[in-house]
Design a protein around this ligand. Structure first.
Ligand code: SF4
Length: 229
């Protein structure tokens, strides 16, 4: 199941079902801030928070490093977890100003591994956030893994149940050509939200079920499991 052909086939099927959303910007700092804001909320709220930040403060490392936590909080309230997110945004902005002169391209121009290391050194930036910026702002060959992608990857069986972020990232990177990483990332998230849901996956409506180990196991009635993981 891990082979290139099957992962490409999964993406091809999903491409026929969903129209993948696209980032409206290539600005790495805006993508970074949006990804932080997206934690535990939906993209409508992120969009709204970004608009408010843009109108009231401006979305640049210098503007956000100078802004008060209260002002940032006020703008991003709609995206939830605003106490934590506002502190994180200001801290990151300050570090980018101090270490990189406010220019994230100084990180993005490094090799993939070096750039990844620098992003992971920013306060509160984890693998997913780093990889989203690297892929969507700079086109680096890295596959960001979010919670939906973790779930789907384990269910279809390209990794084992105990696989971590890096195992899942490598499996998709190995199985897809680089130019498909961005679209596959988005399509898998859409499929996770709509069909392969965290509570109860809608396997009967799933167009990639023929590729799915969980579905095949279910069909065989193995150990009387229900369609749930
Ligand atoms: S068949 Fe079920 S478990 Fe497998 S990918 Fe589809 S919805 Fe998810």
């Amino acid at each position: 199941m891990e082979d290139k052909k099957n992962l490409s086939s999964i993406v091809r099927v999903l491409e026929k079902i969903y129209v993948p959303w696209r980032w409206e910007t290539r600005d790495p700092f805006k993508i970074l801030i949006s990804t932080i804001l997206s934690q535990r909320t939906n993209w409508m709220n992120v969009k709204e928070a970004i608009e408010r930040l843009e109108n009231k403060i401006g979305i640049s490392p210098y503007a956000l490093a100078k802004a008060s936590i209260e002002d940032i909080k006020e703008c991003i309230r709609i995206a939830g977890l605003y106490n934590m997110k506002s502190v994180r945004i200001k801290e990151i902005a300050k570090v980018i100003v101090e270490r990189f002169g406010g220019d994230l391209n100084r990180i993005l121009n490094l090799s993939l591994n070096e750039a990844r290391k620098e992003f992971l050194g920013l306060p509160g930036v984890g693998f997913k956030t780093a990889d989203v910026v690297l892929l969507f702002a700079a086109g680096k060959p890295v596959f960001p893994v979010d919670t939906h992608i973790v779930r789907i990857s384990k269910r279809i069986g390209i990794v084992g149940d105990k696989a971590g972020y890096e195992d899942i990232r490598r499996a998709w990177e190995k199985g897809l050509p680089h130019e498909k990483y961005a679209v596959a990332h988005v399509l898998l998230i859409m499929h996770g939200r709509n069909v392969c849901k965290s509570g109860k996956p809608l396997c009967d409506k799933c167009s990639i079920s023929k590729f799915c180990a969980f579905y095949h196991k279910l069909k065989r009635g193995a150990r009387g499991e229900s369609c749930k993981k």
